[in-house]
Design a protein around this ligand. Structure first.
Ligand SMILES: Nc1ncnc2c1ncn2[C@@H]1O[C@H](COP(=O)(O)OP(=O)(O)OP(=O)(O)O)[C@@H](O)[C@H]1O
Length: 285
């Protein structure tokens, strides 16, 4: 079942245009990856109704977001740039506020996890480290039995340990919510690779690619060929080609075809970062 459907969403700023479609299914973690300014936050804000679209539709649980009621919003857990709370408050002080905002705020879970993550209860949030703030944001998003988490860069600025802890929290969310789903963006493709079921690549406001993560990691590959090899190569299954000093880097989504048919060519596994670089910098054949 589709939890979220973005259909031809359009938003235009002076020098930027978002035009994209995307879907998130129940039980899935969907990743959105793109370089700075690609349009990730604009897309997230559109989904949350924080900016008005110029065209297209966005539905949550089959309902147009323009018709979404307050109780539907309870089913959303959101991480954007800030906690949404005054940073002059402490965790102890925000608990009653969260209980007021959310119909089903799970106070015990929240306090238990705050202790687990060693978040200070009586220190002002403004004095938290980046990692503490990031954990608090994710914890708030997860503490009111949301069915869909929308997380813009939940691991930005975190060290490896803190990142792993956040990813573990997200895995726990998915285990506990059978119909739950997550849409998250990240600069760190490693995080997405290990967590997401499927990944969208976005560039200049457009979706360049959408694949299951397993397919990206197993079936995509990079062929490194010199000029002469390139002339002989069957280019039918190449998605992008990029000129290099030695010849060409070619991105394919049919690794096995080239393993079998071009045994003389160097074929490397494609990391998600490399796929992104080639999809954005390479040329279509
Ligand atoms: N309110 C606005 N007015 C004008 N331009 C805007 C506005 N908000 C965003 N933009 C532009 O839209 C483009 C996409 O920005 P967006 O924040 O969505 O990118 P992003 O992928 O989230 O980037 P980052 O990874 O750096 O956060 C940028 O060129 C940005 O300058």
């Amino acid at each position: 079942m589709e939890v979220l459907k973005v259909d031809q969403a359009q938003k235009r700023y002076d020098s930027f245009a978002l035009r994209c479609s995307l879907q998130v299914k129940a039980g899935h973690i969907t990743g959105l990856i793109g370089k700075n300014g690609a349009g990730k936050t604009t897309l997230f804000k559109s989904i949350l109704g924080l900016i008005t679209l110029d065209g297209g539709t966005i539905t949550l649980w089959g309902k147009d977001i323009r018709q979404i009621q307050a109780n539907d919003r309870n089913a959303l857990g959101v991480v954007l740039f800030d906690t949404g709370m005054s940073e002059y408050l402490t965790i102890s002080q925000i608990i009653p506020i969260l209980q007021n905002i959310y119909a089903v705020f799970d106070r015990d879970f929240f306090i238990h996890q705050a202790h687990h993550f060693q978040l200070p209860m009586d220190k002002k949030i403004k004095d938290f480290s980046t990692g503490m703030k990031a954990k608090l944001k994710v914890l708030i998003a997860m503490s009111h039995q949301a069915q869909l988490l929308i997380l813009d860069e939940p691991t930005a600025g975190l060290d490896v340990m803190a990142r792993e802890e956040i990813l573990d929290l997200l895995r726990m969310f998915m285990e506990n919510q059978e119909q739950g789903a997550i849409l998250m963006s990240s600069h760190i493709s490693n995080d997405l690779e290990h967590l997401c079921d499927d990944i969208y690549l976005i560039d200049e406001g457009q979706i360049l690619l959408h694949e299951d993560t397993d397919v990206l990691l197993d079936e995509y590959a990079i062929l490194k060929v010199n000029e002469a090899q390139y002339q002989q190569l069957d280019t039918s299954y190449l998605l992008r080609v990029k000129k290099e000093v030695y010849g060409f880097q070619c991105l394919t989504n049919e690794r096995q075809y080239y393993v079998e048919n071009a045994p003389e060519v160097v074929i490397e596994k494609a990391s998600i970062d490399k796929i992104l670089v080639l999809m954005t910098k390479g040329e279509k054949i």
